[in-house]
Design a protein around this ligand. Structure first.
Ligand SMILES: *[C@@H]1O[C@H](CO)[C@@H](O)[C@H](O)[C@H]1NC(C)=O
Ligand SMILES: *[C@@H]1O[C@H](CO)[C@@H](O)[C@H](O)[C@H]1NC(C)=O
Length: 349
């Protein structure tokens, strides 16, 4: 709880100090600072402890990916409605079963009420940081998404675990995405986290059932599970019966880089669906967690990974000093580093 309040305080400070008009350089520094806060210790873990006990899921990383899918998955490419517009936050589509558990859970809790970038950009950034920090590919981050004032039609989300493959394909097609995008964004994203009885009672009766053997690592293990017919979510195994998709599942099970390459392409497409005009890629530095496999393998190892958090703080401090020649954003950056280090220390106690 302490850590949560500190992170919230850091976001608040960032928002107040950053002001509305940022230079490109300042925007980069502020974005970098925010991205470090998203990389809170333990983010890749499937049992992230710094969340309220009643949160349906404690899979911080999986929750960022879920938030992105649930926010952008209502996009209609024909009339350009929906898309990644933070409607999950500003006007939750949470009353429906499709979005159950979203507002209470991690991802959107870490979005500041004010920041130099929009809430939709924050959600995109959360996903990009998550994928890279937890072992996956780095995806370009662009800013400029507009936050929606109205709620999207959550019924458009192609998320039914039991639907025929054709129904899900049609949903992705409506979003302007291909069957291959569908495969990597659905099954591929199941590389992180697992199913929860509190969210998906028809999928699992367990409090937490990991999708693959490494629910805290972004890797290709999920495709190996699918080929072995060991699917927690039925749609993943249904994809393997589709002659168009099976060769990709076989390839990704053997070749992790091939999966990463396609995931980066499809993920960026999904992040950038919204019609607002986006900036050039913003340079951000994302540190990969160092003890990923120990942290992220199921069942969990007993010891917490002290080395990961300590080295993360060291790298932030270095990056922070390098930035000191710049103006206000550098102060924000350094301040956030200090708060982050403090938060980390508290977590270790
Ligand atoms: C998408 O937009 C088009 C054009 O407005 C509309 O005809 C179609 O019904 C929409 N699709 C869905 C699933 O709402
Ligand atoms: C779960 O299954 C029941 C019975 O088949 C069905 O009525 C219900 O709509 C399903 N719930 C979800 C969230 O899919």
């Amino acid at each position: 709880m302490f850590v949560n309040s500190l992170l919230a305080a850091a976001f608040f400070t960032l928002a107040v100090n950053a002001g509305p008009a940022l230079s490109v350089e300042d925007a980069q520094l502020a974005t970098q600072a925010l991205s470090f806060l998203i990389q809170a210790p333990g983010e890749c873990l499937f049992q992230y402890t710094d969340l309220p006990a009643n949160a349906p899921s404690h899979n911080m990383a999986a929750l960022w990916l879920r938030a992105i899918f649930h926010d952008s998955g209502t996009f209609n490419a024909s009339d350009l409605t929906g898309g990644l517009d933070a409607s999950l936050v500003t006007n939750p589509e949470s009353g429906t079963t499709d979005n159950i558990g979203i507002p209470e859970s991690a991802a959107t809790r870490f979005i500041p009420s004010k920041s130099p970038i929009s809430k939709a950009d924050m959600i995109a950034l959360g996903g990009i940081v998550t994928v890279a920090a937890c072992g996956g590919p780095q995806v370009a981050f662009r800013t400029g998404r507009d936050d929606a004032g109205v709620s999207n039609n959550a019924k458009l989300l192609p998320s039914d675990a039991f639907a025929p493959v054709g129904t899900i394909k049609a949903g992705f097609l409506r979003m302007g995405l291909t069957a291959l995008d569908m495969l990597v964004l659905t099954t591929g994203s199941h590389s992180m986290g697992g199913a929860h009885a509190a969210i998906s009672p028809n999928v699992t009766k367990e409090k937490f059932e990991p999708f693959d053997r490494t629910p805290g690592v972004f890797d290709n293990d999920i495709f190996k599970r699918v080929l072995d017919g060991k699917c927690v979510v039925p749609i993943d195994c249904a994809f393997a019966k589709d002659p168009e998709l099976l060769p990709y599942i076989q390839q990704y099970a053997k070749d992790e880089n091939a999966f990463f390459t396609q995931y980066a392409i499809s993920f960026e497409k999904m992040l950038n669906l919204s019609p607002s005009s986006l900036s050039d890629p913003v340079a951000i530095m994302i540190k990969r967690h160092s003890n990923l496999v120990e942290e992220g393998t199921w069942p969990p190892a007993s010891a917490a990974s002290t080395t990961t958090t300590v080295s993360a703080v060291a790298s932030i401090t270095t990056a922070g000093s390098a930035a000191k020649s710049s103006s206000a954003a550098a102060d924000i950056f350094l301040l956030s580093s200090v708060i982050y280090a403090l938060a980390t220390t508290l977590l270790l106690l």
